[in-house]
Design a binder for this molecule. Structure first.
Ligand code: NOJ
Length: 553
């Protein structure tokens, strides 16, 4: 392997495609996607023009949180296949020139993990309990939780154990579901286990890790109560610059990533860590990508900027400044398995009001046509930005969120922990359509699908979009090949003014990008039109449309 800068720094400009294994392709007909299914479809990803694939968890797990509840970090759950299937997937992706990133879930294990089972059995004060956050309860008989923290999925973040004789026992912390106990990262034993887990997958040839809840591993000493600021229309009310949240972004977390950085370097200089850290402001988030920590972090400020020119512009300006200040690339992302698909989010009147998902009782429903139009424009804007971009499976087809999932089909713990008040994330996790006329739209040979696919999805099927001029699939392919030809990921952004308030215009190398986020028609500059999110007549750029031009000078 050569050690040219371009090769070493592949991640600075890479387009990374998220595969959500249970919903990508099912090879054995059980209605749940699997590793052989992914391998069989890899050529389709290579021809899309991406650089790398990120696989959401496929490890041994009771699947209480779709695999983010891991019971064995070094094995494949039988529902997804075997370690041999993983090795085959890895080898085939390498043949196609695709890098492979896997998910690492270090904040919590599954309650079915042997470590947790041993901790429960060993009892208070044992070494086994010291791997997790067990505490005695408050109140005369320990009947109150140790503090007031709430689970991210709703309800208290503590659950009390019951001894084998029925006596109430200690409490354990779970920032997510009860089936996801938090590890105690003050314990050196935990550090040692994760170093070995990293090495296990690095030896198997993975190019990096997406690190789940990368802002949560270290909790404030003493586990103090937390009183969040009152609800506020100010989107920055919860900025960590203003509030100290005892379970997020505690400074000690960075020592872990410095340590992991060294572990990755045992395997060369081109393996990466990408943080899933919901941290604002961006200057604070940039701490995760200092030179001796991680290489990338997701940019949720951009994802949440909405359809507003000033807020998209400031998210881009602030991202480039904050990450640039520590020598890291920015990343960009619009969809993933935790948020409403952007083809629907951009059609919602008030997306911030629906962060916990949408469903049959949501009013008003997203405007599907407007949402898709804006989503295409947003993607074309995103793919012109310098840095690395993440795509979520199905967005290249323009897939909307599935709203009409029956309650009985839902599986997200958010739905259950809030007694159905919050719909959760199932609507963005429905298995994707490959062939319009095949059973389960080509997802599964048996026609089964773990979440029901809407019949209208025939029109989004990949084979149909292959044959349709102007389809979202064709737009993504054109954008990705043009991005690669002009090396936009490694470029520089220069803002161009004078296009009007609702318009974002910038130059990246030879390419001029004009995104009309406003209501009025905008005038395009001279140049050769190389990509547009909607058909354009002459030089008039309609609202909700992005165009790329190559300057003629
Ligand atoms: C973030 C993951 O993306 C999400 O799907 C999961 O539920 C939580 N972390 C807990 O692991």
């Amino acid at each position: 392997m050569t050690s040219s800068t371009a090769q070493t720094d592949w991640w600075r400009s890479a387009v990374i495609y998220q595969v959500y294994p249970r919903s990508f392709a099912d090879s054995n007909g059980d209605g749940l996607g699997d590793l052989p299914g992914i391998t069989s479809r890899l050529p389709r990803l290579a021809e899309l023009g991406i650089d790398a694939v990120w696989l959401s968890p496929f490890y041994t797990s009771p699947q209480k949180d779709a695999g983010y509840d891991v019971a064995d970090y070094c094995d494949v759950d039988p529902i997804f296949g075997t370690l041999d299937d993983f090795d085959h997937l890895r080898a085939e992706s390498a043949k196609l020139g695709l890098r492979l990133i896997v998910d690492l879930v270090p904040n919590h294990t599954s309650s079915a993990h042997p470590w947790f089972e041993a901790a429960v059995a060993a009892g208070p004060g044992s070494d086994e309990r010291a791997r997790y956050l067990f505490r005695d309860g408050k109140g005369a008989n320990g009947e109150l939780p140790p503090n007031n923290w709430q689970s991210n999925f709703g309800g208290p973040a503590w659950t009390r154990l019951t001894g084998t004789d029925g006596t109430p026992e200690q409490w354990y912390l779970h920032l997510f579901d009860t089936s996801q106990p938090d590890l105690d990262w003050t314990n050196p034993w935990v550090h040692e286990q994760f170093r070995e887990i990293l090495r296990f997958w690095l030896r198997r040839g993975v190019d990096g890790f997406r690190v789940d809840v990368a802002h949560g591993l270290v909790k404030k000493v003493g586990l103090p109560d937390y009183f969040p600021p009152p609800p506020s229309p100010d989107p920055h009310a919860n900025d960590l610059a203003r509030v100290d949240i005892p379970f997020w972004a505690q400074p000690g977390v960075h020592d872990i990533y410095r340590d992991w950085h060294r572990v990755l370097q045992e395997f060369g200089t081109d393996r990466i860590l990408c943080a899933e850290a919901w941290v604002e402001p961006l200057t604070r988030l940039a701490e995760w990508v200092r030179p001796d920590e991680m290489e990338q972090t997701f940019n949720f400020t951009f994802l949440e900027a909405g359809w507003s020119a000033p807020s998209i512009r400031s998210s881009i300006v602030d991202s480039l400044a904050a990450f640039g200040a520590v020598g890291a690339p920015s990343t960009w992302v619009l969809s993933n398995h935790d948020v409403i698909r952007h083809a629907s989010r951009f059609g919602l009147e008030n997306p911030r009001a629906h962060r916990t998902g949408i469903g049959p009782r949501t009013e008003p429903r997203p405007d599907a046509a407007l949402g898709l139009r804006r989503a295409r424009a947003a993607t074309l804007l995103m793919l012109a930005l310098p840095g690395s971009a993440y795509l979520y499976q199905g967005e290249e087809l323009g897939l909307p969120e599935v709203i009409d999932l029956p309650d009985g089909a839902r599986q997200d713990p958010t739905f259950f922990r809030t007694n159905g008040a919050n719909y959760g994330r199932d609507g963005c996790r429905v298995p994707i359509p490959w062939e319009a006329a095949a059973p389960a739209f080509g997802f599964s040979p048996s026609g089964k699908s773990w979440l029901p696919q809407p019949t209208e999805w025939a029109e989004f099927a990949r084979d149909r979009e292959e044959r349709t001029e102007g389809s979202t699939l064709k737009l993504y392919r054109l954008a990705l090949s043009t991005r690669a030809r002009h090396d936009l990921g490694n470029g520089d952004l220069e803002w161009l003014d004078g296009y009007g308030d609702g318009v974002l215009a910038f130059r990246n190398g030879e390419v001029i990008v004009v995104a009309n986020v406003g209501q009025a028609i905008a005038e395009l500059p001279h140049g050769e039109l190389v990509a547009t999110s909607e058909p354009i007549i002459g030089s008039a750029l309609p609202p909700d449309t992005t165009a790329w031009l190559v300057a003629r000078d």
